[in-house]
Structures are given as C-alpha cells and as structure tokens.
Design a protein around this ligand. Structure first.
Ligand code: 5GP
Ligand code: ZN
Length: 145
C-alpha cells in the first residue's frame, strides 16, 4: 500500500516479502528509490543471497564476485552514493563499516580483506545506491585498476 507523505517521499508498508527481516517501523524511501536496483533487493522484489540483515543494513552476495568472498553491504535507506551521505549519516556509515568487519570475522577472513566504496564516475560506481564491497579469500593486489 502506498501513501504519499509530504511532497516527495512515499511511505511503503507491507513490502517485506522475502528477506524475512521485519524492521520495527517501515522504512521511508524517496520516489527515486522506487527504480533503484539495490532498493528492490533490500525490499525483496529482486532475489539475493542474504548474508546479514539488521534494522539499518542488508548484506548480500555480489552476483559477479571478484574474489572468493565478495559481499555487498547496503543501507536499507536509499542514499545515492558516499558523496550524498552528509553528516547526518555518520552513525549509519559507522554501522556499515562495523557490519563489514563483523561479516569478515564470520567469514573467517582472518588473513585480511578489503572494503571498497566506489563513488561516482571516476570511482567506477555502477549502481547508484551506496554500498560497501567486502572482498577477501585471496591475496588482493594494489593499486586497483
Ligand atoms: P559498483 O560497480 O557500483 O561499485 O558495484 C555494483 C556491484 O553490484 C557490482 O559488483 C555488481 O556485480 C553487483 N550487482 C549488480 N547487479 C546485481 C544484482 O542484481 N544482484 C547482485 N547480488 N549484485 C549485483
Ligand atoms: Zn536505492
């Protein structure tokens, strides 16, 4: 069910079909997010392999892994990129990083791993919803391409 709130935000209820996680309160998404690939994955409209979920974040396996472990960690809230994450998102950004480290521990990446946030055109970002790549399970090279 959709209910317009204010001028530009849409309140989504009854939209948690497949991920199993039930937030205490339904999230709010911008109109833009209605067509966002990762918002659709968060909502369960597009299937994914869940790795971790909590009230603020959803983590799932990358469809085209670049390492033995390649997990994407995204905020449930639509944020287009790191560039769009202002100071009000500081706690959320910290939680995303902590989540990446927790998943790395759970995946046994004791020998190390990499967390990457591609941002914008030169950063190679292809999906415009903020996401952390957690890469590990092999020796990673530096510098990146
Ligand atoms: P970016 O290039 O924006 O930093 O990363 C986007 C990532 O999303 C890529 O690693 C790509 O493989 C992954 N990806 C794109 N579409 C899908 C999808 O439908 N499902 C999943 N699980 N990953 C996707
Ligand atoms: Zn989104």
């Amino acid at each position: 069910m959709l209910t317009i709130l204010g001028q530009s935000r849409i309140f989504l209820s009854a939209c948690y079909p497949s991920n199993g996680f039930q937030p205490r309160a339904p999230p709010m998404y911008t109109v833009h997010a209605m067509s966002c690939l990762f918002c659709k994955i968060v909502e369960g409209q597009i299937p994914s392999t869940a790795v971790h979920q909590d009230e603020l974040t959803y983590a799932f396996s990358d469809i085209d892994p670049k390492a033995p472990v390649h997990i994407l960690i995204v905020p449930r809230e639509h944020i287009g990129s790191l560039e769009e994450a202002d100071a009000s998102k500081s706690a959320l950004l910290g939680h995303l990083m902590q989540t990446a480290a927790e998943i790395a521990r759970n995946k046994g990446l004791g020998e190390g791993y990499r967390v990457v946030i591609n941002t914008g055109k030169h950063g190679g970002q292809s999906v415009d919803h903020l996401h952390l790549h957690l890469l590990g399970g092999r020796q990673l090279t530096w510098p990146p391409g």
